[in-house]
Design a protein around this ligand. Structure first.
Ligand SMILES: Nc1nc2c(ncn2[C@@H]2O[C@H](COP(=O)(O)OP(=O)(O)OP(=O)(O)O)[C@@H](O)[C@H]2O)c(=O)[nH]1
Ligand SMILES: [Mg+2]
Length: 353
């Protein structure tokens, strides 16, 4: 799963990217030019920590999310995001829009004064306009096809109806993620990489001690506030020093962990676990997935030959101390092919191929 860190120039994208990776990509270098950095980040999860303490395995593996710092959006409102920037944006499964709230006289804002609300709207408008232009192009193409009779009439009409729906939404400034689309409609438009279709988390990037501003969020977007610079400094410290530093600031957990978990939620994912002496591991699957699909995330053979899954909620397992004890107590369930996996389930898949 890939999340794009986007925002206007100098909003703090690279600072937050560094916070996520503990790295030190130079900040304020892109100057509005297209530039990309990518990293795979562990999703912090106290349940994995607890399972790992219980099993003491050779290896502990967290769920992962890929973050890409994408510089180059300027909010010009021209609706012509193109080239490698558009390609990069289209490939993302969702966006974290870093919105500058911090004041820093040595880093002027390209649009003048600091205004988080304006920046949220500028980005939203940019995405809506880009999608609108693409939808209009597609509608023109479809009209041509209809005239030429180059494709099945019914097929063209159905696609036109769908794109008209997209068009009306965009014209009313409604992002495409607000539309209810069935799986086949989603599939039909998936190749377009519409930007306003993707889940959006607004990241309010504060300065030290600043209270988060009151902002009106775009439809079906979520928000989180953090202090990017401080998070980066914490992430770059050796772990022992970070603990001391956080204690001094009265921080119990980096806000960053919260942001990572929220982005995981944003993508409508859930975690399930496998446990054993070799490995304790968190796996990722979309919410609503049935047991065989989850098994397939572990290995395709497990999906093909799926018979049943032994399931126990992680908390119950931690309380009882072992799968065997869970079985004795009768809380280890046997679930079949129609079981929707729940966040926090510990699975043991029985299969036969
Ligand atoms: N005072 C203050 N300065 C910050 C904060 N966050 C970032 N900066 C500074 O703002 C500048 C821009 O930060 P970056 O993280 O490079 O921003 P960016 O969005 O990656 O910028 P571009 O890639 O050029 O679009 C840098 O000089 C940072 O040091 C903050 O919370 N407080
Ligand atoms: Mg940058």
């Amino acid at each position: 799963m890939k999340l794009g860190i986007i925002g206007l120039p100098q909003a703090g994208k690279t600072t937050i990217f560094n916070a996520l990776t503990g790295g030190d990509v130079p900040v304020a270098m892109s100057g509005g030019r297209f530039e990309v950095h990518t990293a795979v980040v562990d999703v912090p999860d106290p349940r994995v920590d607890a399972l790992s303490r219980l099993y003491n395995p050779k290896k502990t593996t967290y769920a992962k999310v890929t973050y890409t710092d994408i510089a180059g959006l300027e909010g010009s409102g021209s609706g012509n995001i193109a080239g490698p920037l558009l390609t990069e944006l289209s490939q993302m499964d969702g966006f974290l829009h870093v919105v500058r709230c911090f004041e820093n006289p040595s880093v002027p804002h390209a649009l003048g004064e600091i205004s988080p609300q304006r920046d949220i709207e500028v980005m939203e408008d940019e995405f809506l306009l880009n999608d609108l232009i693409q939808v209009e192009r597609r509608l023109e193409r479809l009209a041509e096809e209809r005239q030429r009779g180059s494709r099945d009439k019914g097929e063209i009409a159905a696609e036109e109806a769908l794109f008209q729906r997209l068009h009306s939404a965009l014209e009313e400034n409604r992002p495409l993620r607000t539309l209810e689309l069935n799986p086949s409609e989603r599939k039909q438009i998936s190749g377009f990489g519409f930007l306003s279709l993707k889940p959006l988390l607004i990241v309010l990037n504060l300065s030290e001690g600043q209270t988060p501003p009151q902002v009106e969020l775009p439809p079906q977007a979520d928000s989180i506030a953090l202090h990017g610079q401080l998070e980066m400094e914490i992430a770059q410290l050796p772990p022992e020093d970070a603990t001391i530093f956080m204690a001094e600031y009265g921080i119990t957990e980096p806000s960053l962990n919260r942001m990572i978990r929220r982005s995981y939620d944003l993508l409508q994912l859930l975690s399930f676990f496998t446990v054993g002496e070799d490995e304790v591991r968190a796996w990722t699957v979309r919410r609503g997935a049935l047991a065989p699909e989850a098994a397939g995330v572990i290995h395709s053979d497990l999906q093909k030959g799926f018979i049943r899954a032994e399931v126990v909620p992680c908390d119950t397992l931690l309380e009882l101390g072992s799968m065997a004890e869970a079985r004795n107590k009768g809380v280890l369930r046997l679930e079949g092919k129609t079981y929707p996996v729940q966040d926090g389930d510990v699975l043991h898949v029985r299969f036969n191929i």
